[in-house]
Design a binder for this molecule. Structure first.
Ligand SMILES: NC(=O)C1=CN([C@@H]2O[C@H](COP(=O)(O)OP(=O)(O)OC[C@H]3O[C@@H](n4cnc5c(N)ncnc54)[C@H](OP(=O)(O)O)[C@@H]3O)[C@@H](O)[C@H]2O)C=CC1
Ligand SMILES: CC(C)(CO)C(=O)C(=O)O
Length: 329
């Protein structure tokens, strides 16, 4: 069934670019395009950009399929400037994307970063002052099926904070735009705590689901999931205390368990699982790998996160090796 995107009533106009228009960029662009705020996709993947421009982005949702007609550009071809750039590259792609977008980032442009991992704010701060950064996290989910095609199902929300001030009029506009798009934003006054809680969630769900080759609901049904979660979170708590970040292990566990039902993220294969399946590099070094690295540096034992990091790196290497063998066979 083809369902046309419905236009919702306009409240304010914010010129939006989605930089990294993969699974999550596609979801946010699709939902934001249902408001009257103009949306542009920017991506480094030429086939994806071409497919979106030729046929629209094909989006599979809980309520059927849509074709979303939003213009898409390679970073070097982007016309004009934007009020808001929503960054949805992988953590390791942030610097390349912002380097490519330098010519269109003005002192009025705000960067909204909602990707997974610890350290993204520091990377973005190399390009714009903190007053131009809005940082946060999201438990919306999506999958990139191929050029010009995504799946976005289940429910989610966004937590975000302006690194300048949550009282800034532009931040309030952004919250309103996200609300109009149905993205369920909540303004936070401790976004670092939210980022660490989400990184802990990803260090459990993304990593175990990738190693075990299962979705989030299936992980929740495993008899030993409790011990597996506690092993990761205990080390997060020790490293967070060392780094003076507020971390509530019980709250993080609750958030993880809240993802298990099918109408939340139970049917979702986490983004790390999707990366591994496609033979792409994962974000492990910004998740469990970050905890293991700080642990090693500060002399705090982090054997669970170190082992999980080594397992994911091992899987990445074997994937590359096997695909090379397949080509030469
Ligand atoms: N997927 C999810 O459900 C969720 C993801 N996140 C986070 O959001 C951020 C974005 O992740 P996500 O949207 O999943 O990432 P995707 O892999 O779907 O997209 C990221 C970018 O990777 C590139 N890319 C992906 N596949 C290919 C391919 N086969 N060939 C060439 N290029 C490709 C694309 O462009 P480019 O070349 O420009 O990189 C794309 O824009 C990450 O930090 C992730 O952890 C957060 C919550 C949920
Ligand atoms: C949707 C969710 C929360 C699942 O871990 C996620 O962040 C991801 O897939 O990377």
């Amino acid at each position: 069934m083809m369902v046309e995107a419905k236009l919702k009533r306009r409240s304010i106009i914010v010129k939006i670019a989605i930089a990294g228009a993969g699974a999550m960029g596609g979801r946010f662009g699709t939902m934001l395009a249902q408001t009257d705020n103009p949306v542009t996709f920017i991506d480094l993947w030429a086939d994806h950009v071409q497919a979106i421009n030729q046929h629209g982005l094909l989006v599979h949702t809980d309520n059927g399929d849509q074709r979303v007609h939003v213009p898409a550009y390679l970073p070097q071809n982007v016309p004009g400037t934007f009020d808001l750039i929503v960054l949805f590259t992988k953590a390791m792609g942030i610097a390349d994307m912002l380097t490519a977008l330098k010519p269109v980032i003005t002192p009025q442009t705000h960067i909204l970063e909602l990707g997974n991992g610890i350290g993204n704010i520091e990377t973005i701060s190399r390009f714009v002052p903190k007053e131009q950064i809005i940082a946060g996290v999201t438990v919306w989910s999506a999958a990139l099926n191929g050029p010009g095609e995504i799946t976005m199902k289940g429910d989610g929300s966004v937590t975000l904070e302006a690194l300048g001030s949550n009282e800034a009029p532009f931040f309030k506009q952004v919250v309103q735009v996200l609300t109009d798009a149905g993205l369920k934003p909540t303004a936070s006054h401790d976004v670092l705590a939210a980022i660490w809680r989400k990184a802990a969630l990803n260090s459990v769900l993304n990593t175990y689901c990738t190693i075990l080759d299962c979705n989030i609901g299936e992980f929740g049904q495993l008899p030993d999931h409790d011990a597996m979660i506690d092993g990761v979170l205990g080390e997060f708590a020790a490293i967070a205390a060392n780094q003076h970040v507020h971390f509530d292990a019980a709250g993080a566990k609750q958030l993880i368990i809240a993802q298990f039902p099918d109408d939340k993220n139970g049917l979702h294969y986490p983004s790390m699982h999707q990366d591994m399946a496609k033979g792409r590099k994962t974000e492990i070094d910004f998740l469990n790998g970050y905890i293991a690295k700080v642990g090693a540096r500060e002399n705090i034992p982090t054997p669970v996160n170190a082992t999980l990091t080594a397992l994911i790196h091992g899987q990445e290497k074997l994937k590359t090796l096997h695909s090379r063998e397949a080509v030469t066979a």
